[in-house]
Write a new protein. Structure first.
Length: 108
């Protein structure tokens, strides 16, 4: 899901569409700064999701559930939710670094 456009792959314009997890409409930000923070957080979620996908691809599948289609779908959904949650906490700081860099462009 993450690699196939599951998380905000449409960029800033996609914020006006539907939230990927709840399916509810997402309101456009009231100011450019707020929108920039949201886009930076979405990018961080995409980045974390790709890291998680790459890490999972490097490990042999198996275990109790095997390689079933249902397991793969569950794993993708789980990874997407974890990536969003990790990005929301901002502990990695990637979203904040992107925000700070792009914020300078808003002032110019």
């Amino acid at each position: 899901m993450i690699g196939s456009g599951g998380i905000g792959m449409g960029g800033y314009g996609a914020l006006a569409s539907l939230d990927n997890l709840t399916g509810k409409p997402v309101a456009m930000p009231k100011n450019p700064d707020e929108g920039l923070k949201r886009v930076a957080s979405e990018f961080e979620a995409i980045f974390i999701g790709e890291l998680m996908r790459t890490m999972r691809d490097s490990v042999l599948d198996g275990g109790i559930m095997g390689k079933s289609r249902a397991y793969k779908i569950y794993r993708e959904m789980h990874d997407e939710a974890m990536a969003r949650e990790m990005a929301a906490t901002g502990e990695l700081g990637i979203g904040n670094m992107i925000y700070q860099e792009l914020k300078q462009g808003l002032k110019a």
